[in-house]
Write a protein that binds this ligand. Sequence first.
Ligand code: ADP
Length: 331
Amino acid sequence: MFKSAAIKITVWYLSIIMLVSIIFSVALYRVSSNDLGRNINRQVSYFDDLLSPFDRDNYSHIRMQQLNQDQRHLRDNLISLNILVLIVGGLVSYALARRTLQPIEESLEAQKRFASDASHELRTPLTAMQSEIEVALRDPKITKTEALELLGSNLEEVGKLRGLSEGLLKLANQDGNSKLNQAVSLKDAASTAIDRLSKAAEAKAILIKKSLKEANVLGDEHNLTELTAILVDNAIKYSPSGSRINVVTGKQNKQAFIRVQDFGQGIAASDLPRIFERFYRADTSRTKNQTDGYGLGLALAKKIAERHGGHIEVQSAVGKGSTFTVYLPAI
Ligand code: ADP
């Protein structure tokens, strides 16, 4: 599809280039021919008095032949030039057309990948629910307790589906170009995020130690709170009960930062480059299969940071813990 679009654009570009080139060539040919003709007439009249009528005719005939030759030369040169313009213009136009279409092609490709990843993830809980319901329906002697158990398990899958679709929606919304022109205090954003997760931390007897200094950035408060919440939520999820989490905000060389440090399971070096990918979950969490999640949190966090002109750095050691630091341009 993009190849044929590129060819169509090339044809358009080339038509415009050739139209301009041909108009210029015709104009140049006319002007130059007229000039040559005028020169010859001037030269012939100059010799009028010096030559005999016979010589004058001969001279004029020779000059006319020269004029025709010069005009032919000029025409051939202009035709060669236009052929060159056609070839070079065609190549340059095609390269330009491909370059123009490349970002559109990439974004379409990303959308396709997103849709296929999402449907793949949605299929798993749906298939689980479908098979459970089918087995139950085929059993004529199903008891009320079994039916309730089935409903409970289905409800769990529905909860997963809801969480997944919410995550996907948040990720998709980050592609929008809403204005990021609010002055946001990272101190407040971190405080709100921590408050939101205090129950989850309490449930695991995890202590969240705050060291929040003022640091302001331009952006969207809701998004930045969400970003901090993702990091704190992960720190809680991947830390053992009774451990500690440090959350720090501040400013460093014109950069505002949020740092979330935990002393939990850590991330293997081989997983580190991939944890920000959509739906990626490191093996340890997958095999243990104890923690909720779809591998969307860090992908969303990265997108939010990048939309705000920042980035996320991570340091981690297995068994020792992880430190995630978000750097954003301070105001
Ligand atoms: P989720 O937590 O829903 O699985 P994320 O995108 O938030 O998805 O994280 C991707 C993966 O990165 C997680 O599955 C986990 O393996 C790893 N991870 C993220 N944060 C931490 C952390 N603080 N400690 C250890 N592993 C982490």
